[in-house]
Ligand binder design. Structure first.
Ligand SMILES: Cc1ncc(COP(=O)(O)O)c(C=O)c1O
Length: 365
């Protein structure tokens, strides 16, 4: 199987390249997609940050001399109030990836971590390096997470179960009540993390979320991020909600403090309902466009409830990625185990129109 670069590898290469370029030109490296390229590869949301977030971040930059104490409190208060949980239930981290890594490392000391064979993995390489032992469970035939098989795999050696809902890269969401039942049952034996990075984009965000189980003191951790619906991937703010004893274990393993401009932007966005509605509508419109591109080329995509679409394109997705890259469209290549599945993230609608044209040409050439 061809070697697949992950986001971290790409970032490292970009940083080293960009640093040399910056030195050569005596300027700063640019942030965002490479010039002239359309980036549909990392599940970012180009409709953010919101205007309110940008304003707040700019103001926070001016206060960059000071540690971001009160804005941290403000944000924690806003999130806990909206979700009906206490401050003791809250975890804050530099992107949700950091809290996920922290949880894997913390629970990894007590036992194995169980997860689906195809899921979000950026936190996993780090966890393996930290000695965490993982056990994977194959997806069901329809590419959904196989909850029955996952429940059956939880033995005394498993301390943590990771479920990403909707899952990345499939975009498929589990039924809320089925997952609730799973969490309540499995939670008697092991802690369950539900990664809800894309929750706000699902058909029924409240029904799909497990936050009610946190309120009920179940053995469940809900992880969220400002990177997706709020379009703040570069500003690095994530949060978790869990029973106080679980939240304090994760907070005790988180290594960094989120940055002031990121926190200020998060606070300004969090209750910006008009922006949330706008962002959701644009992402869903884009998702429909990408689904349509696949379908008109005879490909049936998986039913996504996230800001990306995953489909079996009937040929090697990494080779196809290279051909799209030559035409300045950056998409994901193969994930391990599924060489013919391609993942396309949402971009601006005009970029998705270009994607539609280029995809159709490259696919049929
Ligand atoms: C399922 C899932 N969880 C977590 C993350 C990490 O997001 P962040 O660290 O930017 O909050 C991602 C990013 O793509 C993701 O897809």
């Amino acid at each position: 199987m061809p070697m697949q670069l992950n986001r971290r590898d790409v970032m490292r290469a970009m940083v080293s390249g960009a640093v040399s370029l910056a030195f050569a030109q005596g300027t700063f490296a640019q942030h965002g997609p490479p010039p002239g390229k359309i980036a549909l590869r990392f599940n970012e949301n180009p409709y953010g940050p919101s205007a309110s977030a940008l304003k707040a971040a700019a103001k926070a930059l001016e206060m960059g001399a000071y540690y971001p104490i009160s804005i941290t409190d403000d944000l924690l208060n806003a999130i806990s109030t909206k979700n009906g949980v206490a401050l003791e239930n809250m975890v804050l981290s530099s992107g949700s990836n950091e809290a996920l890594q922290a949880a894997f490392v913390a629970w990894g000391k007590k036992g194995k971590v169980l997860l689906p064979a195809l899921t979000y993995t950026d936190h996993i390489a780090y966890s393996i390096r930290m000695g965490v032992e993982l056990v994977t469970v194959p997806l069901a035939k329809d590419m959904s997470i196989d909850l029955e098989a996952m429940a059956a795999a939880v033995d005394d050696g498993v301390s943590l179960v990771y479920i990403c809902n909707p899952n990345n890269p499939t975009g498929m969401a589990l039924d809320g009540d089925l997952l609730r039942h799973f969490c309540r049952t499995v939670g008697k034996k092991a802690t369950v993390i539900i990664d809800e990075a894309y929750n706000e984009l699902t058909d029924e965000p409240d029904y799909t979320s497990m936050i009610d189980l946190v309120r009920e003191d179940e053995n469940v951790v809900v992880m969220r991020t400002f990177s997706k619906i709020f379009g703040m991937a570069g500003l690095r703010v994530g949060y978790g909600m869990a029973r106080p004893d679980l939240a304090s274990i994760i907070s005790g393993h988180v290594m960094a403090w989120p940055n002031g401009p990121g926190l200020a932007a998060a606070y300004a966005s969090y209750n910006d309902d008009e922006f949330i509605r706008f962002s959701r509508a644009k992402v869903i419109e884009g998702r429909n466009m990408v689904n349509e591109t696949f379908r008109k080329n005879g490909i049936e995509p998986l039913p996504s409830q996230a800001n990306f679409v995953y489909a079996d394109i009937g040929r090697n997705a990494t080779l196809f990625q290279k051909r799209m890259n030559e035409r300045d469209i950056l998409i994901r290549g193969s994930f391990e185990l599924y060489p013919n599945y391609s993942r396309v993230s949402m971009g601006k609608l005009e970029d998705l129109e270009t994607f539609d044209r280029v995809f159709t040409e490259v696919y049929n050439s």
